[in-house]
Design a protein around this ligand. Structure first.
Ligand SMILES: Cc1ncc(COP(=O)(O)O)c(C=O)c1O
Length: 430
């Protein structure tokens, strides 16, 4: 009997699904580096900073923990996350409101899996929201944002989308500080968005994985203004430098306990729970304290100074690039250089990222990976290619009120500075 073609074994909606864009760019960069090319890795959004010492010590102390832990997560950890949420977001939460998982990403997936209703995602958005929807086989309603709004969703646009006739529940994804733009929402915007969501009884998934990397340490959660309808997403990957540890958490309002229970039931039949030693160590991370605060203050100073320098340098070369307010991303719009780039055969976001890699040796991600039109010449640069351990040591001895200057950035964030200078040189080359 003739063998079936390999695709026959794959569901039709999953055929051709590739690795997540961020993972793929990282693998591609590694392959080019292995061939001997100098590649600046501004593709994958990985924290450059080490895991804070007290958290590593806690992991060491709990390395022998070997039991399966409760599916929802270690009680002490859920309690620590509830307290952390109370401290940071100013809302009441208990351990019962928390679901821990092996990263925020699988939790986002579980939520999309169990949620009955429409998912609304403002673009540009983190690559996995739409990819997860595709895996599950549900549509996503994109909400286009405008450069003049720093690509953040406005209350008016949300109101228009939610006013569309629908009997189904709605879930709006918000990410701030934002991946891929580094922009965030101001308090009056949060209040207005909260009012719109409440009016239409829409749920909000508030992805606050970069909250602690607000460059001024002034992140405010929408949960403060819409506590009854907001699910907060957090985790260790970004502000605690522990992406590879795989720990995330969702914090629910009490009235959405049913969603939590349902996600937890699916978790019990899939990943079962989160690594025990990592959960014990995470308790220390969410407890906070002086050492953690100092680490964060220093990380923010570096992200802020470097982001500001990179954005200014790119603007000087004719690229539209607002200064990031949080996280470690720049969303660069090469639109003003469209004619010059067209002469070089660059007509799309994908062309642009491909040529930045091949001509300049800088890995980036095209704006189209974040839901922007491919014809728009946007790309995300993750300014993380430097030794975060050394940079933190260096910044620690510089008085806090003293801004970090170009000399500091050149010495301690050299690959990023070189990458941005190379892009500017490439643009300006005849
Ligand atoms: C906006 C956003 N949300 C969630 C995640 C997933 O984080 P985790 O490593 O906890 O799965 C990421 C990771 O890149 C992210 O950028």
């Amino acid at each position: 009997m003739a063998r079936k073609p390999p695709d026959t074994y794959i569901h039709s909606h999953l055929r051709g699904l590739r690795h997540s864009a961020t993972v793929a760019i990282s693998e591609h960069s590694h392959a080019l580096i292995a061939e001997g090319r100098r590649i600046y890795r501004l593709g994958l959004g990985q924290s450059p900073f080490p895991v804070p010492a007290p958290v590593v010590e806690a992991l060491r102390a709990h390395a022998a923990e070997k039991e399966y832990l409760p599916v929802r997560g270690l009680y002490e950890l859920r309690r620590a996350i509830a307290h952390y949420t109370e401290r940071k977001a100013g809302i009441d939460r208990t351990a019962e409101d928390v679901l821990v998982g092996p990263g925020a990403k699988p939790l986002a997936f579980l939520l999309q899996l169990v949620f009955r209703g429409d998912v609304i995602v403002p673009t540009p958005a983190w690559t996995s929201y739409a990819a997860q929807a595709r895996v599950i086989g549900r549509p996503v309603r994109w909400l286009h944002t405008r450069p003049e709004d720093h690509f953040m969703i406005t209350p008016e646009a949300l109101a228009a989308a939610l006013s569309e006739e629908s009997t189904r529940p709605r879930l709006v994804h918000l990410s701030y500080p934002n991946n891929p733009t580094g922009a965030t929402l101001k308090i009056d915007q949060l209040k207005a968005l909260a009012a719109v969501a409440r009016e239409h009884d829409a749920l909000v998934l508030s992805d606050e994985i970069y909250a602690e990397l607000h460059h001024k340490g002034k992140h405010v959660s929408i949960a403060r203004y819409y506590p009854e309808g907001t699910i907060i997403s957090t985790g260790l990957s970004k502000w605690c430098g522990a992406g590879g540890w795989r720990l995330g958490a969702f914090v629910f309002p009490e009235r959405l306990r049913g969603l939590l229970d349902s996600m937890s039931a699916v978790a019990s039949e899939t990943f079962t729970g989160t690594s025990a030693p990592i959960q014990y160590a995470a308790v220390r991370a969410f407890e906070g304290g002086e050492v953690m605060e100092r680490y964060l203050v220093n990380a923010r100073r570096i992200c802020s100074a470097l982001g500001r320098w990179c954005a200014r340098k790119l603007r000087g070369a004719g690229v539209e690039c607002p200064q990031p307010i949080g996280a470690f991303y720049l969303f660069a719009d090469f639109g003003p250089l469209r004619e010059r780039l067209a002469e070089r055969g660059i007509h799309s976001a994908r062309d642009l990222s491909a040529r930045l890699l091949s001509d300049v040796g800088v890995a980036t991600l095209p704006g189209s990976d974040f839901g922007r039109p491919d014809a728009e010449l946007t790309c995300r640069l993750a300014y993380v290619d430097f030794d975060g351990t050394k940079a933190l040591e260096a910044v620690d001895v510089i008085p806090q009120e003293q801004p970090l200057d170009h000399t500091f950035l050149k010495r301690h964030c050299r690959p990023v500075v070189s990458a941005i200078e190379a892009i500017a040189g490439w643009i300006e080359a005849p």
